[in-house]
Design a protein around this ligand. Structure first.
Ligand code: PLP
Length: 430
């Protein structure tokens, strides 16, 4: 019996079913890993959200690592050999709270800050904290006021019920080649089935930045309903600050902010940050302890002095944002140079993050087929369909006509990638 060649599959729990079936994010991370290892040199990796290797930032992280190694108090040994408390290092949490208070005049303490293993884990906890099968027997969902929204939320639900209830945006056409999404407030219809409202700002994939006015309206709607407004700042304020429109970050006890060190250049350290009222921070602390005991503490140790001194702000403003602004402008120029003039393509207004979001009106094939043809030609992008989750997209061709193109890889890779994109798109429409 012990050498049975084909044992029957073990029955799956709902948890296992939800976390093991085909998921957009799994395919995306597999593609990314494959392109960055096996395919290096052969495949232009313009799919994932890997941050660029910005030389000026790499210098800073190296310097910080050396300081850590040489620290006379033995901080390096503590980082390696001591578990952090499950909410994160108290010194790091206090540094984040003080920094945000100085920047924005808030009144946070370390009890309002928790660390998680990346923003991804923060969202896993938050989404399942506020929606799914509730302790009182009811079911709740997360309202996404505007999709496309971050693919990585899509498959995170662990209970039997669907986790999201999403809304189509209003689409403003801008000139010949651009467009912008807006929340359609007339169709939000928030009710007691919603456990929270969530948005990413800037939004991955479209790079849309919800305006301060849109955020104030969402805040009001959420607090009238007694549910939180969750804002994912993975690319946004205050760091890494890859946001190209004027925005003023806000927080109150009815809001939950997430931030991350990943897009500053530290995705390998898996460091996410949740800012929220104290009882929620305590929930996050318990979840971290149960799921993983403690967080990775290296990112916290590397970044803490930069947060304490406020230097992180000048790095965001003077290094990271200008870098990505330049890369976005360059990518836009390449798109205009290489995409066929007789095809009805548009690009979402470039307002932040690491992507251009293309809309091919009247695309003769599905976006998945376009993705396959591009992959066969040596270019990896992400087909747009999986970003439109939590609603029925039947009868809405837009959801089949978009792709996300990342521009963080070296300039020659991106230049090559846009050539391939232009050629394949011309073939598809021919
Ligand atoms: C919008 C958004 N939120 C959260 C994350 C999670 O990132 P991390 O877990 O590395 O903080 C990502 C990663 O790409 C993202 O794009």
């Amino acid at each position: 019996m012990s050498n049975m060649a084909h044992p029957d599959p073990w029955p799956k729990s709902i948890f296992a079913r939800n976390l093991t079936e085909e998921a957009g994010i799994t395919e995306l991370m597999d593609d990314l890993g494959e392109a960055l290892t096996l395919g290096r040199g052969k495949i232009r990796m313009m799919g994932g959200g890997n941050p660029a290797h910005i030389p000026a930032m790499e210098v800073i992280w190296r310097e910080r690592m050396r300081e850590l190694l040489d620290d006379p108090s033995g901080e390096f040994d503590r980082v390696l050999a001591d578990y952090d408390p499950p909410a994160g290092s108290p010194a790091f949490r206090a540094a984040v709270a003080d920094f945000l208070n100085r920047e924005y005049g808030w009144k946070l303490t370390l009890a309002n800050v928790a660390v998680t293993n990346g923003g991804q884990s923060a969202f896993f906890f938050l989404l399942n904290r506020f929606a799914g099968a509730m302790a009182d027997g009811s079911e709740k969902r997360i309202l996404l006021p505007l999709v496309p929204e971050y693919i990585g939320y899509g498959d995170q639900g662990v209970s039997a019920t669907a986790l999201f209830d999403s809304r189509r945006p209003e689409i403003e056409l801008i000139g010949e080649r651009s467009f912008k999404y807006h929340i359609d407030f007339g169709k939000l219809a928030v009710d007691e089935s919603h456990g929270a409202i969530a948005v990413s700002r800037p939004t991955n994939p479209s790079s849309n930045v919800l305006t301060d006015d849109e955020i104030s309206r969402l805040r009001r709607i959420a607090s009238d309903r007694g549910i939180p407004l969750i804002i994912d700042n993975a690319y946004g304020q205050p760091f890494p600050g890859v946001i190209l429109t004027e925005t003023r970050p806000v927080w109150d006890e009815n809001m939950i902010l997430t931030m991350s060190l990943s897009k500053l250049g530290l995705p390998g350290t898996r460091t996410g940050i949740v800012v929220a009222r104290e009882d929620l921070i305590s929930d996050i602390r318990s979840m971290t302890a149960i799921v993983g005991l403690a967080n990775n503490n290296l990112g916290q140790a590397l970044a803490r002095p930069l947060i304490e001194s406020g230097r992180i702000r000048s790095l965001a403003d003077e290094v990271v944002r200008p870098y990505y602004r330049h890369r976005a402008e360059r990518a836009l120029a390449l798109a205009h140079e290489h995409l066929p003039p007789d095809v009805p393509w548009r690009i979402h207004q470039s307002e932040g993050a690491f992507f251009l979001w293309f809309w091919f009106q009247d695309l003769p094939v599905s976006c998945r087929e376009l993705y396959r043809r591009l992959k066969d030609s040596g270019l990896l992008i992400v087909p747009g369909k999986a970003f439109f989750f939590g609603l029925d997209t039947k009868g809405w061709p837009h959801a089949e006509q978009c792709i996300r193109v990342s521009f963080t890889q070296p300039e020659e890779v991106v230049a090559d990638g846009f050539k391939i994109l232009g050629r394949v798109v011309a073939e598809v429409y021919r």
